[in-house]
Ligand binder design. Structure first.
Ligand SMILES: Cc1ncc(C[n+]2csc(CCOP(=O)(O)OP(=O)(O)O)c2C)c(N)n1
Length: 697
């Protein structure tokens, strides 16, 4: 059965009520969840998903599908209902297990758990920002890959990005960052539908949210369609038609459709109140709602005619077949482009990258001059970028400091293709936009700011890690080593605290080769984000042999060893050369030691126990040195080791003065090693507590 493009008003109402009741029943079964938003947005959802959305429920990965983002992710039952009803692999049993362990219907939508969910949402404001990233990726890929031949267009990249969002997303500051940039970049195939219900958790929003949202978005350069009755399908349909009509045009704009809705629409006693935002209706109100909606069906039962009307599988197959045919003709004419497009959308690296990498490393080690690792990073980009057409760089208004641009990069224009974007001073926005681009596919996004401002982007970094997306953060000016700008700009706790985000690899390389290897590992990693903490100050070359790259890839390795080493000095980044100096000085004093360079503890932790034990044998006195908060290193040095770091904020002064002031010095490392070795040699055996009986062996 083919779904009518325009259902009768009665069928449209029943289709929307199917969403409402699935949300009500699932939240009731879970005894928790958010029925209000799905009930309030059900009519809008029917119009968008039933009449406009280009998707194929039987192939959620079809690359040219429209993207749909539920930015108000707490309303997750809305998308679960839509995915189930339109024919995705989300059986009704999964809806019955809403919010239960290992179900495909977690509390908030999670990408890669539920087929058809494009991004993980819940942290308000980030969904709309991901959507901006998706729309940006679409626009750039279209500019890069679409072709015209003898008047015939081959628009293999041509889809819309739709977003649902509520007051919460608009109150969050990140929505300003992202929507302002979307206006500037004229992302006209982005359509956001705003659930203007006047309610958030604390109640009616008049007390805390009185923006003139249409004017706000007009000021951003959006096409705004205000005051649409969100319960009138004709009005919503007309607005979406209007948004699409101008999409893709030379001066098209992103569209905001302000839909006036009633939260919990359909619940006779709770609609329009914050009671229905985030709690089950309760059995009496569920009954009353069933009656009010004239829905005489059992929980989770969908009548056949409604089910058939919702089924989008044959329409989806037809839409994809049309695209498959277009792609086949494109491939015949442009085989190389077609292969590149497919490779990039799958996230695979090219053969050129694999073949060229060693040469790039060789070119790096051939330059022995001392450079800051931020500069070493740019040197690596100059060599790697030509091998990685999928690279998409940028900076939050610090390009000249982060050095994220490379020789052949092209700046993104309002309507012109580029592979380097000035995001403006929008760190959080940049991070969540990069997530959206990575989710869309076709690009490996990386972006820069000062390490200290990673706090601004932190939740988006966390989301990339949760979603296992390849996004690369370039964090320069990574310590007191930046000098005079002072404590506001000097990171102390950032590297340690980033390291504990599960799934994020944090690199703090010590020289040119370590920096290039960090880039390679970040690029080759398909299952999560990476962060590169890079110095402002120059650092000497430590590795001059290309073969050392393999050691660096282990995350931590023996950089310099001495026979009969009595102690280990572990260091990262700018302090690694300091550790080397300490080793030399201690040697002069007759004390042999080992220097371990640990550019990425996260990667080191994934090595075998045997390797870790080989590098850092238990029982050998260990000193760690890093110009950052010391606590993190306890897991490597143990209680008996020593850590030389900084547990306070920095100061404004030239970098050498700060290193001296905070005692991050060769002398202090030497002193710590001597103390530990002395203690170790003269250590007392601790008497066993009386209740412990020593074993025979
Ligand atoms: C960043 C962030 N802060 C707080 C929350 C908790 N929270 C979830 S929904 C919500 C209110 C959202 O209001 P609105 O978007 O109007 O949703 P509605 O009440 O219409 O469902 C809040 C504060 C969150 N999910 N994300």
């Amino acid at each position: 059965m083919i779904t009518p493009a325009h259902p009768t008003p009665e069928m449209a109402r029943r289709m929307a009520n199917a969403i409402r009741m699935l949300a009500v029943d699932a939240v009731e079964a879970a005894k928790s969840g958010h029925p209000g938003a799905p009930m309030g947005m059900a009519d809008i959802a029917e119009v968008l998903w039933n009449r406009h959305l280009k998707h194929n429920p039987l192939n959620p990965q079809w690359p040219d599908r429209d993207r749909f983002v539920l930015s108000n992710g707490h309303g997750s039952m809305l998308i679960y209902a839509l995915l189930h009803l339109t024919g995705y692999d989300l059986p009704i049993e999964e809806l019955k297990k809403f919010r239960q362990l290992h179900s495909k219907t977690p509390g908030h939508p999670e990408v890669d758990i539920t087929p058809g969910v494009e991004t993980t949402t819940g942290p308000l404001g980030q969904g709309i920002t991901n959507a901006v990233g998706m729309a940006l990726a679409e626009k750039l890929l279209a500019q890069e890959f679409n072709r015209e031949e003898d008047g015939q267009r081959f628009d293999i990249v041509d889809h819309m990005t739709y977003v649902f969002m509520g007051d919460g997303c608009l109150m969050e500051g990140i929505s300003h960052e992202a929507c302002s940039l979307a206006g500037t970049l004229r992302l006209s195939k982005l359509v956001a539908l705003y659930d203007d219900n006047g309610i958030s958790i604390d109640g009616h929003v008049e007390g805390w949210f009185t923006d003139d949202t249409p004017k706000r978005f007009e000021a951003y350069g959006w096409n705004v369609i205000a005051k649409v009755d969100g319960h009138n399908p004709q009005a919503v349909n007309a607005a979406i038609e209007a948004a699409k009509a101008q999409a893709g045009g030379v001066h098209g704009k992103p569209t905001l459709i302000c839909c006036q809705t009633v939260i919990g629409q359909g619940s006779p006693n709770k609609a329009g109140t914050h009671d229905v935002h985030g709690a089950a209706l309760g059995s009496a109100e569920v009954l009353a709602t069933r009656e009010a909606l004239n829905w005489p069906y059992a929980p989770f039962e969908i009548p056949m005619d409604v089910k058939q009307s919702w089924d989008a599988t044959s329409r989806g197959v037809r839409a994809q077949t049309q695209w498959d045919n277009l792609f086949a003709s494109y491939k015949a004419l442009y085989p190389q482009e077609a292969a590149d497009y497919q490779r990039r959308m799958q996230g695979d690296l090219s053969a050129a990258y694999t073949q060229g990498l060693q040469n790039a490393f060789a070119a790096i080690v051939a330059r022995p001059d001392a450079v800051a690792t931020r500069k070493a990073s740019q040197n690596a980009l100059d060599l790697l970028a030509p091998l990685l057409p999928e690279f998409f760089g940028g900076s939050a208004d610090l390009t000249g400091s982060n050095l994220t641009n490379f020789k052949t990069c092209i700046k993104v224009g309002r309507d012109t293709w580029g592979n380097h974007l000035s995001y403006g001073v929008r760190e959080f926005g940049m991070a969540a936009i990069m997530n959206g681009m990575a989710l869309h596919g076709g690009y490996i996004p990386y972006g820069g700011t000062f390490l200290t401002f990673s706090d601004y982007s932190r939740n988006a970094i966390r989301m990339a890690a949760l979603m296992k997306k390849r996004v690369i953060h370039v964090f320069t000016h990574d310590s007191i080593g930046l000098g005079e700008d002072g404590p506001t700009h000097q990171s102390v706790e950032h590297v340690p605290s980033l390291r504990i985000i599960p799934g994020l690899d944090v690199w703090r390389p010590a020289d040119g080769l370590e920096t290039a290897v960090a880039w390679a590992c970040a690029v080759e990693r398909c299952d999560g984000p990476s962060a590169l903490a890079l110095s402002r100050q120059n650092l000497p070359q430590l590795l001059s042999n290309v073969a050392d790259a393999d050691k660096v890839r282990q995350g931590g390795y023996i950089l310099s060893d001495m026979p009969g080493a009595q102690a280990i000095i572990v260091a990262t980044g700018s302090e690694t050369s300091l550790a080397m100096k300490a080793q030399a000085e201690l040697a002069l004093q007759g004390l042999a030691s080992r220097v371990v360079s640990m550019p990425c503890t996260n990667v080191f932790d994934r090595q075998t126990e045997a390797y870790q034990e080989m590098v850092l044998p238990l029982g050998l006195p260990t000193v760690a040195v890093e110009a950052a908060h010391p606590d993190f290193w306890r897991k490597y040095v143990g209680r008996t080791g020593m850590v030389i770091g900084i547990a306070s904020f920095g100061e404004s002064a030239p970098a050498p003065a700060l290193y001296a002031h905070f005692g991050i010095t060769t002398e202090r490392v030497c002193e710590a090693v001597r103390t530990l070795v002395h203690r170790h040699t003269h250590r007392q055996t601790v008497p066993l507590p009386a209740h412990i009986v020593p074993s025979d062996n």
